[in-house]
Design a protein around this ligand. Structure first.
Ligand SMILES: Cc1cc2nc3c(=O)[nH]c(=O)nc-3n(C[C@H](O)[C@H](O)[C@H](O)COP(=O)(O)OP(=O)(O)OC[C@H]3O[C@@H](n4cnc5c(N)ncnc54)[C@H](O)[C@@H]3O)c2cc1C
Length: 229
């Protein structure tokens, strides 16, 4: 399968939002939380990397990704060099990092571009009367809070959705939460063990949060996670 790049927008330093159209398909079918694999030739070698779909399923073949440029990385700089109209190879959507059924009150924890699958899940799933959802999103600086305005708008629209951004290196004007996501878990969970927790980001955060949750009495089945590295 192939995808054509429609547009990219810088949404934070070193982070871009990509809009693609899957070619030869009237509609791209996937479950929020799944990823696609993109492949391309870099220095004569074919490289493949996974990227979580950041948009909700739609009636068409468009889908969105949120990519961090890893400067020393083999593939992400190549994707950042694509221009609208360029075509990349892609695999069908895959993965089991999806919301559990039946949906229960949930905590979603992300750092950096780990928020991508949560954007898809929340945009697809939030409705009046949905279970309570909290998105705990960690970043170093305010400028790295990805899709902040969108999540703030969702939290105004759906009172049972809480958006909790936290900064580990806040500027002097920041009045919100500080420190890493780990520091806010206990408050977000509030002593409950009947909720599901979803984690997405780099391995160090995911492993550390899983350990904390196990210590709080969470069962493995209640914790779903996706590690990017
Ligand atoms: C299921 C899955 C979904 C993923 N979804 C996304 C996504 O939505 N957006 C995204 O940007 N990446 C995502 N990744 C990571 C992505 O597949 C690549 O690993 C990333 O683009 C780096 O590739 P590279 O070839 O440039 O770097 P490589 O040459 O492979 O170097 C890897 C280095 O990059 C670091 N790294 C990997 N991902 C990131 C990241 N996102 N931010 C900072 N450092 C990183 C690793 O720790 C490692 O040190 C996902 C990975 C998996 C397994």
């Amino acid at each position: 399968m192939q995808a054509r790049l429609i547009e990219t927008v810088e949404i934070a330093p070193g982070v871009r939002h990509f809009v693609f159209a899957a070619l030869e398909l009237p509609r791209l079918s996937f479950t929020p939380g799944q990823f696609v694999s993109l492949s391309g030739a870099v220095d004569g070698k074919t490289i493949t990397r996974a990227y979580s779909i950041a948009s909700p399923p739609s009636a068409g073949n468009r889908f969105e990704l949120c990519l961090n440029r890893v400067d020393s990385g083999a593939f992400s700089p190549h994707l950042f060099d694509l221009a609208p109209g360029d075509v990349v190879e892609m695999g069908a959507p895959l993965g089991t990092f999806t919301l559990r059924e039946p949906l229960r009150d949930s905590l979603l924890v992300a750092t950096g571009t780990g928020v991508a699958p949560f954007r898809s899940m929340l945009k697809a799933g939030l409705r009046a009367g949905s279970p309570a959802m909290t998105l705990l999103l960690g970043a170093r600086h305010e400028s790295h809070l990805l899709y902040r305005e969108e999540f703030e708008a969702l939290s105004r629209q759906y009172p049972r959705f809480r958006f909790w951004p936290t900064l580990s290196q806040p500027g002097p004007e920041w009045r919100g939460r500080t420190a890493r996501v780990q520091a806010h878990l206990a408050e977000a969970i509030d002593g409950r063990t009947d909720i599901d927790v979803y984690l997405c980001g780099l391995q160090a955060m995911v492993d550390e949060v899983r350990q904390i949750l196990k210590g709080m009495g969470f069962d493995r089945k209640q914790i779903r996670y996706e590690k990017y590295d």
